[in-house]
Design a binder for this molecule. Structure first.
Ligand code: FES
Ligand code: MG
Length: 598
């Protein structure tokens, strides 16, 4: 095998430092105690970390505990030595008050591990929503050779002959429960049916989105993202990924060569074509900032809005993960986008080859699941990036706006892209749950539900609470959805027509903090504006008042990390990263090795 590197492996500074055998002995000694030999550790073979995100606490990624065996065998067969270690678990559905708190924590922890231990390269075991960005963010900061392996989605959920998608069914069944159409037992049965095997959400939620984008960014082997977790092909991919990790080290192929602006712009286009999650702009911004790539929320509008929707998966469409895989997965999407000239074929990927070489000619195998590009589900399926006197930026996912919603809200022939409505304001999800069904609130079918104090500082962590169902009495009258707006996030599995990720958040002094129930709002999609219909003087006087009361609405921190993160976290529009942490870039090449420990 060819060795292109002109630097020694970084692990040799620990295990084979001829200038200081005393330190080498100290480092070696404790890696020998579980059976690795001196002969192996001093053989000059690359040491490849397996950053393990699976555990009993994080069921979506738990199958990585099994896949790690195949990753190890791949690493061995290619001449490397595997060292597996745990990453701070992030379980989207299990962590209170929100898994949104933990992405940056896992990121920080992994940076320390990748930089401070004798690792030459790493396999990133990605899966559940925030595990993918956390690991890619860390690989970007350290900039050591890295390759990601998706754990894969669960098998399709079914109830009778109906496809039941994880997450999506919860939002739908909650409405049915509220409308009295199903009872508690039927509710739990539907939810259990949606999760029939190991793996992450089988819908096009944040997990499938981020795993697909990790492949589109060039950080996974082609075809890797969509393979369902229990399939044999998933094991095979784990083996090939382990093998390839060793060669990445030999070729010195680092994330900085892969994660370029062109690669990120491709990811934005792909996100539209797959009907990807509204969490993607947050995570993609975070990865780009840690890589030092200039990318703004407006790039989502410019590059992403006019892209056709190809993937027919819930919540925007019908199908689930197994279908996406059988239809050709991410390659079928990239191949078609390449053909149509919608993405750039030049970025290098972990294969050492370009996107063009890897994906040219790939196309859909099941045109109902992945549509042909000249027969899309929707012509323009990206996010509308909005601003106005209420906030600097918020996004609306157009691919989930239903026809009934369009008819009710966007049908004025004189003004087809705009609507006005009264705001019904909730001070957080507790307030919403307590009052939404109160007839005294007098919510009508043309109102807008507003949720605040739910951003990175306010919640804290930015919770997925902005998707709100209408009150029971409207559901019973057939009104299934109302527009929502808020400074929190929304689950990628939700199809609510919502203006999300509003920045600045109320807790940071954004004007969302001054809005009152029954104020009027105007949403104008063509001009990309959302405005609070109040005059300047009223806005100013409310702002003065708001500054005095803001603390009363922000809960106190319950843990040290909540408190620490609140002091330095930025807004959702710029990735909600720890501000200042992005100045640490490419630290493995730019900051030298860390000092000896003793
Ligand atoms: Fe983990 Fe959906 S909850 S992937
Ligand atoms: Mg989520």
């Amino acid at each position: 095998m060819q060795d292109d590197r002109d630097r020694p492996l970084r692990s040799r500074a620990w295990f084979d430092n001829s200038d200081d055998p005393g330190m080498t002995a100290l480092y070696l000694e404790r890696y020998l105690n579980f059976g690795l030999s001196r002969e192996e550790l001093q053989s000059g073979r690359p040491i490849i970390g397996i950053a393990q995100t699976g555990s009993d606490l994080s069921p979506c990624n738990r199958h990585h505990l099994v896949l790690a065996d195949r990753i190890r065998e791949g690493i061995r067969d290619a001449g490397g030595i595997a060292i597996e270690f745990p990453v701070h678990p992030i379980q989207e559905t299990g962590k209170r008050p929100t898994a949104g708190l933990d992405r940056n924590l896992a990121y920080l922890g992994l940076v320390e591990l990748l930089y401070g231990y004798p690792l030459d390269g790493v396999v990133l075991t990605i899966g559940c929503d925030k595990t993918t960005p956390a690991l890619l963010m860390a690989a970007a900061t350290v900039d050591i050779p890295a390759i990601a392996l998706s754990v894969g989605p669960m098998l399709n959920g079914r109830s009778g002959n109906r496809l039941i998608g994880s997450g999506t069914i919860i939002w739908e069944a909650r409405q049915k429960l509220a409308a009295g159409e199903i009872d508690d037992a039927q509710f739990f049965d539907l939810v259990a049916a949606s999760a029939p095997s190991t793996g992450y959400c089988n819908t096009m939620g944040t997990a499938t989105t981020m795993n697909s984008l990790a492949e589109a960014l060039g950080m996974q082997l082609p075809g890797s993202a969509a393979i369902p977790a229990p399939y044999r092909q998933r094991q095979e991919m784990a083996y090939r990924t382990g093998k390839r990790a060793v060669d990445l080290v030999r070729e010195d192929l680092r994330p900085s060569k892969i994660l370029t602006r062109a690669a990120f712009l491709n990811a934005i286009v792909v996100n539209s074509a797959i009907g990807g999650s509204t969490n993607a702009p947050i995570h993609i911004a975070a990865i780009a900032r840690h890589m030092g790539v200039d990318l703004s929320i407006d790039d989502w509008h410019t590059a992403g809005l006019d892209v056709p929707l190809l993937v027919n998966m819930q919540p925007a469409g019908r199908y689930l993960g197994e279908d996406f895989y059988e239809a050709g997965g991410v390659p079928a999407v990239l191949g078609q986008l390449l053909d149509a000239g919608l993405i750039d074929g030049s970025p290098i990927t972990v294969t050492g080859k370009t996107i063009d070489t890897n994906y040219r000619g790939k196309t859909t195998l099941l045109p109902d699941v992945i549509r042909a590009i000249d027969d899309p589900l929707m012509e323009k399926s990206g996010f509308v990036v909005l601003s106005g006197n209420l906030f600097d930026s918020g996004i609306l996912k157009t691919s989930v706006i239903s026809q009934t919603f369009r008819k009710r809200f966007l049908s004025d022939p004189d003004d087809p892209d705009a609507f006005e409505g009264r705001a019904i304001v909730f001070e957080g999800p507790e307030d919403y749950h307590a009052r939404i069904d109160d007839p005294g609130l007098e919510v009508t079918e043309s109102d807008i539900l507003v949720m605040r104090w739910c951003g990175p500082i306010g919640y804290p962590g930015a919770a997925e609470v902005v998707n709100m169902r209408p009150p029971e009495y409207l559901l019973k009258a057939g009104i299934r959805e109302l527009p929502c707006l808020g400074d929190g996030r929304q689950s990628g599995t939700s199809g609510s027509p919502s203006i999300l990720n509003v920045t600045p958040e109320a807790a940071a002094g954004g004007n969302l903090a001054i809005i009152r129930t029954y104020d009027r709002l105007r949403v104008d999609l063509r001009n990309r504006r959302v405005d609070l219909l109040l005059d300047e003087a009223e806005i100013e006087s409310r702002r003065t008042e708001m500054r005095r009361s803001i603390d009363a609405h922000v809960p106190r921190s319950q843990t040290p990390w909540q408190e620490i993160q609140r002091h330095s976290i930025g807004g959702l529009a710029s990735g909600a990263i720890l501000e200042g942490s992005e100045t640490f870039q490419r630290i493995d090449t730019d900051r030298g090795l860390p000092r000896d420990s003793h």
